[in-house]
Design a protein. Structure first.
Length: 193
């Protein structure tokens, strides 16, 4: 029960920071990530500045469920949702018709990278916030992606508003998710296996 209380307290604190427009360094089911409220353009801009990158393709969002995904992409083919539901390992889908997220998160093609994490802490944050959370690797653009918190550059650690306690990391895969892009007509392109 004590661990349950601790993780919920930490998730509530993270949600408070997200609501205030802050940025987090947090564990996911893959690697440690930088995150913010995906609907807050100022917070998204802070992450680009910290990473020294304006690459919109490097930013994806975590959603609690397919129900949440549907609210933020409006042209995804039905097959994409089936693939999402059947995924047995971390999978990011690039979906057409991004809507309702910060404009500086959306690349010119109008797509949105979306992942539903199988991760207790992330799910608690997502349910608490009720909106998608940005997830991007916790590195300066062009540098190696850190797997664990101990590998994250000091500049990144010092540049966030909250570093989530590593006790809540769970059992991450230690590698980036697979990525599949879907077109409006159901076209499929594997970007990263």
């Amino acid at each position: 029960m004590q661990k349950e209380t601790a993780i919920q307290h930490a998730a509530d604190e993270a949600v408070r920071i997200l609501r205030e427009g802050g940025i987090l360094l947090y564990p996911t089911d893959t690697v440690w990530g930088l995150g913010c409220d995906a609907t807050n353009a100022d917070a998204v801009a802070k992450i680009y500045a910290l990473k020294r990158s304006e690459n919109k393709k490097s930013m994806l969002v975590l959603c609690a469920s397919t129900d949440m995904v549907v609210r933020y992409v409006d042209r995804a083919p039905g097959i994409a949702y089936e693939v999402m539901e059947l995924a047995t390992k971390p999978l990011t889908l690039i979906l057409p018709g991004a809507a309702g997220v910060a404009p500086n998160l959306i690349p010119d093609e109008g797509t949105l990278g979306v992942r539903i994490p199988d991760h207790d802490f992330c799910q608690r944050m997502l349910r608490g916030l009720g909106r998608p959370i940005v997830s991007t690797s916790a590195n300066i653009s062009g540098e190696e992606t850190p797997v664990g918190l101990e590998e994250v550059a000091r500049e990144i650690v010092e540049g966030v508003d909250l570093v989530v306690d590593p006790r809540f990391a769970g059992k991450p895969t230690g590698r980036a998710s697979s990525i599949i892009a879907f077109g409006e007509g159901g076209e499929v392109k594997i970007i990263r296996e």
